[in-house]
Design a binder for this molecule. Structure first.
Ligand code: KG4
Ligand code: ZN
Length: 338
């Protein structure tokens, strides 16, 4: 049995990340989060590209040294081709190509959204791997999709957001409440002390397995503006209840479509991925669904939920096994489809 060493690079948004794997095992998983965006209340693409360029060499050095691996031992370089911010993707893509050329080893291009799903195949003691076919719901700051996964690289998007991503619904609601960016984790934190039924928000009406979150964000905005007119201290007095109500509604919207997807496909294995899968509300709802509906749910280890290169590496490993290599004409694709 062959041991394949892969260096993986991820630079699609605002995290510069590198990981080293031997087969499906993670030897190192380094992420440099860019603090520069916090003061702007969101990711500034131009600043993200610049920070990637500064971070990429140190992050890769750190990943190799933590894995105790010399670059001469590598068998391939895997990189994120898209989707993501163009300027950010270009940094990782160009760097991966140069390194592959310099070392004379194959280059493997990876779809970031497929990688979020394939993160479930990383070898981790306490985590079961799903079996095919399964449903995956990718929930992040940039995406909201339900995907039917029939093999490592046969994936079909069966539902997706028609406007904002679910992470944006969390972050924009948080911004309305005056919380810093990214507000998703803070909504989660305050929710734990609040009453989820305190303030009912209406659910979007969108057909099939698709999602919509832009109306929800507006509903939160109007509700808060109206309450502030009556009581300028409304947010301070009710922060926990407001957060719990927002989270409850968002989780309910996600679970409603997921249940529909299970019903339509007859597939009862459900995996989640992306930053929002760190949310305690969605985690609890999935655990309940295991008991209530007999689903088998897969929630990734925390460090593989938000953007990371380990997931790019595991996807790279399975492409390596299929000898699915990219050539040097490979380009970044900001709208790369699953
Ligand atoms: O996957 P990710 O790191 O980056 C993207 O590809 O977008 O996801 C980041 C998103 C942000 O919107 C952040 O607020 C959200 O994930 N997030 C959460 C939680 N942790 C991260 N949202 C709700 N609850 C959380 N605990
Ligand atoms: Zn992501």
């Amino acid at each position: 049995d062959q041991k394949i060493n892969i260096l993986a690079i991820e630079s699609s948004c605002d995290d510069t990340a590198a990981a080293v794997l031997t087969n499906d095992k993670i030897l190192s998983n380094i992420v440099a989060t860019q603090e520069v965006h916090q003061q702007y209340g969101g990711v500034v693409p131009e600043l993200a590209s610049r920070a990637h360029q500064q971070n990429i060499v140190p992050v890769i050095h750190q990943a190799l040294s933590k894995a105790n691996m010399d670059k001469s031992q590598l068998h391939a370089i895997a990189f994120t081709r898209g989707p993501g911010l163009m300027g950010s993707l270009l940094v990782g893509t160009s760097f991966a190509k140069s390194l592959s050329l310099g070392l004379g080893i194959p280059l493997i291009e990876i779809n970031h959204m497929q990688a979020h799903i394939l993160a479930h195949f990383i070898d981790e003691k306490e985590f079961d791997k799903p079996t095919f076919p399964f449903l995956a719901m990718t929930i992040s700051g940039g995406h909201t999709q339900i995907v039917k996964v029939t093999s490592y690289f046969t994936m079909e998007v069966i539902g997706q957001t028609i406007d904002d991503a679910v992470g944006e619904a969390f972050d924009k609601s948080a911004k309305i409440l005056g919380l810093p960016y990214p507000g998703g984790p803070l909504i989660d934190k305050y929710s734990k002390e609040g009453n989820p039924k305190a303030f009912p928000f209406t659910r979007p009406k969108v057909g099939g397995l698709d999602f919509s979150f832009s109306g929800f964000k507006t509903a939160v905005l109007y509700f808060i503006q109206k309450q502030l007119k009556e009581d300028p201290q409304f947010i301070e007095k009710n922060l926990e209840d407001i957060c719990a109500s927002i989270q409850y509604t968002i989780v309910d919207i996600l679970m409603h479509k997921l249940k529909k997807a299970v019903k339509e496909t007859g597939i009862r294995q459900v995996a989640i991925g992306g930053g929002v899968s760190a949310n305690s509300g969605i985690r609890n709802a999935l655990q309940d669904a295991e008991k209530k509906y007999g689903w088998k749910c897969f929630i990734p280890k925390f460090e593989y939920t938000t953007d990371n290169a380990a997931m790019i590496g595991i996807a790279g490993y399975y492409k390596f096994l299929e000898k699915d290599f990219a050539d040097f004409s490979a380009t970044a694709n900001s709208r790369y489809k699953i």
